[in-house]
Design a protein around this ligand. Structure first.
Ligand code: PLP
Length: 458
């Protein structure tokens, strides 16, 4: 594919070039994210309190905002080798189709059975749970990618896995559920009648199709009520961004190999884990004053936490059982419309990304779902990969950026995160193909109503 002087279509790393430590971006932040608060006292949480809910080692990682590099356990490195490195792809065909002077690269995380980047953190979390001698873990899943990834990791380490799946995804994606069960997990639609939190949410919002916030409450309650279980979370938390830094570290090494560097890095943002991981080493350079790279978070207009949310302390879950974190949030009662990007339907955002956005180190845009699917189909036809709806938010923004470069005659290097594949999202593609897809954007009044539930933290 590559002509003389051109970079190859795909850049892979050799095994000895793979990262052996994760990068903790907080170590390079002068102003760090605010501490997590205990939901009962609103005081900073202690490690001891967190250890009732989360695995010990993961609590340590969550609270460590000073260690720059944290070694990846040997066993986790070995598991990574089953599906990593992921390729850094030069999108020559897309560049040509857009007739843009911009160079477009994407880091493709869909090359594993779970179909997304989520496996990067699932493996680490299951490993630490096993090390601690636990029997199993509980979790929530939105679109189903996290649940699938965690099921795979738990099967590998011989752990029991209980997944609370947001009801609208449970109904839209029966095959996702079967993949999880194939890997030995149990799957419950949320809100369910099995937990206090689920019963309360069902009573308050009859017929609700659920949200990540509800499912999190249920999974935490389930972990607390069973011996030898802990709760694990697939996004939002600092530990998850830490594990996902493998994406950015690999990308950085690959760019170094081809003597390139991105001018702008773009990623979709649900809870912020893939974006936080992809940008980590590049943002580190910017924080240390070594580069002026731009970063763009792309979110759905139906769930616009960065572009229209408040930067405030809020509960991470609807049922208020998790710690509070200071983040861009739409309010923990916000239930987004039943859009087709389940992985982006979260009311808040990673505290790390929220703080970086507040410091104006990162930009954010919101895009509408029909435009996203138009970009997705375009991409599938041009570059061959059938993208997940979540990932397609980044594709849409990358195409817009490349077209802007064309209009302004700028030769910029764009990197975007292609987080996963869309094989289980064909109901959504069918809606788009039948021209039955709609864009539901919350009104200011809708948002004001959910901001009213923000807790008063002094
Ligand atoms: C979960 C998911 C996302 C969004 O989650 P983040 O934590 O924001 O990365 C994006 N893309 C895919 C394919 C996902 O599965």
């Amino acid at each position: 594919m590559a002509e003389k002087g051109e970079v190859p279509y795909k850049t892979y790393l050799e095994e000895n070039e793979l990262p052996s430590a994760w990068y903790n971006i907080r170590a390079d932040m002068k102003k760090k994210p605010e501490p997590l608060l205990d939901p009962a006292t609103f005081k900073p949480v202690t490690a001891e309190a967190l250890e009732h809910v989360f695995c010990k080692e993961l609590v340590r990682q969550e609270l460590d905002d000073t260690t720059r590099f944290i070694p990846i356990p040997e066993e986790v490195q070995k598991f990574y080798r089953m599906f990593r490195p992921s390729p850094l792809v030069r999108a020559y065909f897309l560049e040509k189709a857009l007739d843009t002077p911009a160079k477009i690269y994407y880091k493709f995380e869909g090359n594993n059975t779970s179909g997304s980047h989520k496996l990067n953190s699932a493996v680490a979390q299951a490993y630490y749970a096993k090390q601690q001698g636990l029997r199993g873990v509980t979790t929530e899943t939105g679109a189903g990618q996290w649940g699938t990834a965690l099921s795979m990791a738990c099967a590998f380490y011989g752990l029991d896995c209980n997944v609370f799946m947001v009801k609208c995804s449970y109904e839209q994606k029966p095959f996702r559920r079967e993949v999880m069960r194939t890997y030995g997990a149990s799957v419950t639609p949320s809100p369910s009648m099995e937990t206090e939190a689920g019963r309360r949410i069902n009573a308050a919002h009859p017929g609700t199709t659920g949200s990540l916030g509800c499912a999190i409450s249920e999974a935490v309650e389930a972990a607390l009520s069973r011996d030898g279980y802990r709760y694990v979370l697939g996004s939002v938390l600092a530990q998850v961004l830490l594990h996902q830094s493998i994406i950015g570290l690999e990308a950085k090494t690959a760019f170094d190999k081809i003597s390139e560097k991105p001018d702008v890095v773009i990623g979709c943002a649900g809870g912020g884990s893939n974006l936080g991981g992809l940008i980590a080493p590049f943002m580190g350079e910017k924080l240390r004053g070594e580069s002026d790279c731009r970063f763009i978070a792309v979110e759905p207009a139906s769930c616009p936490s960065l572009t229209r949310g408040r930067y405030a302390y809020d509960f991470c879950d609807t049922g208020k059982v998790c710690p509070l974190q200071k983040m861009y949030t739409l309010g923990h009662d916000f239930i987004p419309s039943a859009s087709h990007a389940g992985g982006l339907r979260y009311h808040g955002m990673s505290a790390i990304l929220s703080e970086l956005y507040d410091q104006k180190m990162m930009e954010a845009v919101a895009v509408e779902q029909t435009d996203v699917f138009a970009a997705a189909e375009n991409f599938a036809r041009i570059e061959g990969i059938l993208p997940a709806p979540e990932s397609s938010h980044a594709i849409k923004a990358a195409i817009d950026e490349a077209l802007l470069c064309k209009a302004q005659g700028r030769r910029e290097t764009i990197l975007f995160g292609l987080t996963g594949t869309g094989y289980f999202d064909m109901t959504a593609y069918a809606k788009y193909n039948d021209a039955q897809m709609s864009d539901t954007v919350p009104t200011d009044a809708d948002l004001e109503a959910s901001f009213a539930s923000l807790p008063e933290v002094r």
